[in-house]
Structure formats: structure tokens, C-alpha cells
Design a protein around this ligand. Structure first.
Ligand code: DGJ
Length: 302
């Protein structure tokens, strides 16, 4: 048990800053694994693990400019550096464990490191949660743009990739193939023209909730959520949650732990060097009067 101060850049158990921004947590064999952006040196994605969600042990830089690469079917854009030899951008990495293939599969937003025009999704996989991931290239699902994104695994093992399309105007929901290595169907084009970013999904009490932000670069804005009876079913209109800045945060992911629904967000420092000052927040979400509300807390005990 530990107390996490909201808005701060938390440290791992060695006292070093925890670099896992725009991230995602999965539970596997007694540990929570936290994956996220690590923009230092030649790193892309780092992985930490914890038994209690507050004491985090650094495990590995699971994706770097030197990661192994392997083509996957027709996906051949295997680039972890651009033509100038500079880093590309890999943002919002999310990982799911596939029960059938026994692989950990990572999906993330890919850009070429110079501009945001590729608007693609990159995929990597590994046999262990914290091993060296193999990169499988990037692509545009069915030719669509794909920027801010998340993954969601349903109780029956069906998985979904949710990403901002059409220059962020629409939010697409794709059902994944059984091995989680590709899209199988585009099942929704949600909230046309509403420009939602940073999607995060949780299922609780039989309802599916999706939180998103508006598009204002690194600056926080009004969070909104919607609800559905199933991922492929009808989603509600967007409703506001939190205050006009989502209590100074942008969604990363949502975790249900011991009956509590915990919203994890980034409090971005900003562009350039300021990015490295980015901190984290955890706010409890509560189902109330048929909706969802976010509780503002300065710190949280997990
Ligand atoms: C908002 C996105 O949510 C972030 O992941 C990042 O892409 C910034 N925009 C870049 O401005």
C-alpha cells in the first residue's frame, strides 16, 4: 500500500523517475505490468511491474531503436528510425496478453519523427510481458488515419483497437483478429466531427464506459465519456466528466481494482524538454445516477 501524489512524476522503487507516459497496465501472474512512453535516449517503450500498484520495479526498455524486427503478413513498413537516422514517434503504447498464442501484443501510435502525417498504428509482440519486443511495422487500418489509441480486451477474449481517424474528427473501433495481430472489422465510427483523443475503456457492472479528451495538443481540456451495453452495440452521446481540464489531466487508461474504478491520466509537461516533467494522476471514477463521475483527489492510496 502506498500513497501516490497526483500530478507528480512518480519514482520507481530504486528512486528513479518512472517513465511510462500515455501508458497501459495489464495484470499477469501476480503482477501489474505498466507499459508507457519513454522518450529518453534510444528508448520507445519501458515496462515496470508491481504487486500493489504503488511500488514499481523497472523491468526493461521493451522497445527501442535497436529492437528486433519481423515482417507480419503484408505489413512491411519496418522503420524504428526515419531516413535522417532520427527516432520516430511511438505514442500511447498498449499491450494485451493473447491466451491462444501466449504472446503479449503491443499496439501504438506511429509517426515518422518529423511530422504527424503518417497517422499510423505500429505493432510489436513478445513471449514474455517484460522481454524484448519484436517490432512488426506500422500500417493504416483499412487505409484510415490512426492517431491516439487504446486497446480493450473483453471478458470473452475478443479485443478491440480504438483510434482517432480522419484527422482526429472521428473515433474508430476495430475488432481484432483472434491473434490480436491485425484488425478484423471496423465496427464503429463514433462521434463524427467531435475530435476526441486519448480513449480509455472500462467494463464494470455489465456496462462499457469510454473516456476521451478533446484535441488541444499537450494542454488539458474537458473530458467526456460515453456508455454502451457492448463494445459493438450502440454508444451513447458524449457527456462531460471532471472539470474543464479533467482536473489537469488527459486519459491514459482505466483499471478496475478490488471494486474501485481507477482513472489513470497524464499531466503533460508539454513539448520538448518540458515533456520530461510530465506527471501522472489517478482519480476514482464512480457510477452515479445512471452515469459516471470523476472524484478529484490530491493523492490516492492504492
Ligand atoms: C495529444 C495526444 O493525446 C498526445 O498523445 C500527443 O500526441 C500530443 N497530442 C502531441 O501534441
Amino acid at each position: 500500500m502506498g500513497v501516490l501524489k497526483n500530478g507528480e512524476l512518480w519514482n520507481d522503487v530504486s528512486g528513479a523517475p518512472l517513465h511510462a507516459h500515455g501508458g497501459y497496465i495489464i495484470f499477469y501472474e501476480g503482477y501489474y505490468y505498466w507499459y508507457g512512453e519513454d522518450r529518453r535516449e534510444n528508448f520507445y517503450v519501458s515496462c515496470y511491474r508491481s504487486r500493489n500498484l504503488s511500488d514499481w520495479e523497472f523491468r526493461n526498455h521493451v522497445l527501442t531503436t535497436g529492437s528486433g524486427m519481423e515482417e507480419y503478413r503484408v505489413r512491411t513498413k519496418l522503420r524504428l528510425q526515419n531516413e535522417d537516422g532520427k527516432k520516430v514517434n511511438l505514442e500511447r503504447p498498449k499491450v494485451l496478453y493473447n491466451e491462444k498464442t501466449k504472446k503479449f501484443v503491443m499496439w501504438m501510435h506511429f509517426e515518422n519523427g518529423k511530422d504527424y502525417h503518417d497517422a499510423a498504428v505500429g505493432i510489436a509482440s513478445c513471449d514474455a510481458p517484460d522481454g524484448d519486443f519484436t517490432y512488426h511495422g506500422h500500417f493504416n487500418p483499412y487505409g484510415y488515419m490512426s492517431r491516439d489509441c487504446t486497446l480493450f480486451k473483453d471478458d470473452d477474449g475478443a479485443a478491440y483497437f480504438i483510434s482517432a481517424a480522419r484527422d482526429n474528427a472521428d473515433l474508430h473501433v476495430y475488432r481484432l483478429t483472434d491473434d490480436y495481430m491485425n484488425v478484423d472489422a471496423l465496427v464503429h465510427k463514433l462521434w463524427q466531427g467531435e475530435y476526441r483523443e486519448a480513449p480509455a475503456v472500462v467494463k464494470t457492472n455489465g456496462k462499457y464506459y469510454m473516456l476521451t479528451s478533446f484535441c488541444t495538443g499537450w494542454a488539458p481540456n474537458q473530458g467526456k465519456y460515453a456508455v454502451a451495453d457492448s463494445m459493438e452495440g450502440k454508444w451513447s452521446m458524449l457527456k462531460e466528466i471532471g472539470d474543464g481540464t479533467t482536473y489537469l489531466s488527459q486519459p491514459a487508461f482505466i483499471l478496475e481494482v478490488n471494486g474501485r474504478i481507477l482513472y489513470f491520466g497524464d499531466r503533460w509537461g508539454g513539448d520538448g524538454e518540458k515533456y520530461f516533467e510530465s506527471g501522472y494522476v489517478v482519480y476514482p471514477l464512480v457510477e452515479k445516477e445512471g452515469g459516471l463521475s470523476m472524484e478529484y483527489v490530491e493523492e490516492i492510496e492504492i
